[in-house]
Design a protein around this ligand. Sequence first.
Ligand SMILES: Cc1cc2nc3c(=O)[nH]c(=O)nc-3n(C[C@H](O)[C@H](O)[C@H](O)COP(=O)(O)O)c2cc1C
Length: 225
Amino acid sequence: MPLTQSLVCLILEPAVVPLDPLPVNPLTPDPLAPWRGPLARALHRNRSKPHSRYAQLATLSAHGRPANRTVVFRGFYHHSNTLMFVTDTRSAKVTDITQTPWGELCRYFTQTREQFRLSGAITLITADAADAALGQARRERWEALSEASRQSFHWPQPRHPRSEDPTAFEGSGPASAFPDPPPSFGLGLLQPDAVDHLELRGNPQNRTQYQRLTDGTWAMQAVNP
Ligand SMILES: Cc1cc2nc3c(=O)[nH]c(=O)nc-3n(C[C@H](O)[C@H](O)[C@H](O)COP(=O)(O)O)c2cc1C
């Protein structure tokens, strides 16, 4: 992949956290980031492993305590470098993201033995999204879900004591019964500004760090593992 941006030869310090999350703007797609090639290769080479679709999402909960959990990677938002996941807006991670809109997705590909850590601002797209394109993206993700997944967004409140109502978790009909995303359905967009790629294969191992610069281009640097 040709790199239009200059490769900055410097030690990449951990990303300095800007005061505001980077805006997610569907109208000005990012140029393809240099880590997209290695990630696309990893996705392709690990495609026979269903778990290669999973990633661990870390957020910061109240009082600065970290929390992480598994989510399904739902592809990239249109022609951007922004990764998508879906979640229940009643979940703890949504409270975290609302308070501190930063997160890190960590993915390990077992076939090729490489790890990607993608860190950046998270934007949650909910039922009251003002931006039509973002609202449409949310709807498309809803329509792509299986019937079972759709039904789970109608389950009782997460984290409340287990419901004793045996019908509470039953579906109320086929997927066509849920044509519209309910308020509990949220689309998460993680817009990386720092990416760390570690390849265990090889001795010594290879590690590359990427950092998004303020002008939208990327610096990359091979570092000691
Ligand atoms: C394989 C796997 C895939 C999962 N995919 C998702 C997902 O895409 N979105 C999601 O919100 N939770 C997903 N979960 C459940 C989360 O890991 C987590 O238990 C749930 O979202 C509640 O997390 P929270 O209380 O930290 O918000 C998945 C769990 C597993 C084991």
